[in-house]
Design a protein around this ligand. Sequence first.
Ligand code: ADP
Ligand code: MG
Length: 367
Amino acid sequence: MLDEQAILDLVKSTDFESLPEAVELADFIKDSRVNGDHVTLQIMLPFPCDGVKLALADEIEAVIRKDWPQTNKIAVEIKSHVAAYETKAGVPPLAKIKNVIAVASGKGGVGKSTTSVNLALALAAEGAKVGILDADIYGPSVPIMLGIPDARPVSEDKKTILPLEAHNIQAMSIGFLVDEKQAMVWRGPMASSALQQIVRDTRWGELDYLIVDLPPGTGDIQLTLSQKIPVTAAVIVTTPQDLALADAKKAVTMFEKVKIPVMGVVENMSTHICSNCGHQEAIFGEGGGNILSEDYDMPLLGQLPLAMSIRQQLDEGKPAVADDPNSKISLTYREIARNLTANLSQLGKDYSKGADSIAIKTWSPSE
Ligand SMILES: Nc1ncnc2c1ncn2[C@@H]1O[C@H](COP(=O)(O)OP(=O)(O)O)[C@@H](O)[C@H]1O
Ligand SMILES: [Mg+2]
């Protein structure tokens, strides 16, 4: 005889490998049924999870079957629903965008744009609706990385602009609008207001996540942006080098100051993988991301190697995750994406942006 409560208790008390550490399955079981020798479970995870749905269902099935071998059919249905999480009071939310995630680094060249673009694509590969905003006004690189360097946004009403689409995500960049030399001479306040305008006047579609590739550093622009854009949470990109780490710490402190929760650290170029022999070497030292995450008590979301393919694919406008969403590197980005959004799902929900009301709200341009 199958005991529904005992089965539920077992599933609820098991740690599943394919689930990010931040979430407990017990919180997301929507329905359970036992009918004769059939077991049905319905699960609704709070983060996009297409990459682990099958593996998780298999894990759950195996756990049940081990204790109740007489079970005939076990049906585990896993879906995901992304909620809108609270942002700091005072910054008006973007009606169609549930969550804005800022990607920051203490200094340039650590792979912030590389991470932003692949993370955006990874979230889309996991099933989310995603946009990317290239806020690096002095060095926009998203247009090239997405393979649309010459694209120009269309304005249907002369007041708002439509985002571009590439590899299944929406994108907007200062690089689509002005040439680099023009942006280079803008001073901080001009750059920040140009960006705020782009954020507000872009007619984004309905998005679960908008990834914002912030300018490198922790100066005025970064601070203003994080205060003027309704940022839900931030991610810090660092390399294992000491210097980059010291800079990354400044980025952590900056977000603390503006009360934006940091969801974790991505360690980029953590080891070098030789394109010829596949040998891995920690040329910048080991464990930088770990040190940062321990010092500041924040999760290490994942580590990316320094790999020729990552750069080559970006230069060709087909980032790793767009090129092959199931390559080893892409799977790492997708795991980072799940860890990040699972952490995000632990924040307080913003009920004013409830999923249902979002669909019927009409977008209005900023004054
Ligand atoms: N993990 C990686 N492996 C190989 N090359 C990388 C990696 N991450 C970034 N790069 C390359 O390093 C350079 C700097 O990366 P980028 O993302 O533009 O840095 P940032 O935005 O922090 O200035 C780019 O040429 C990019 O292709
Ligand atoms: Mg960049």
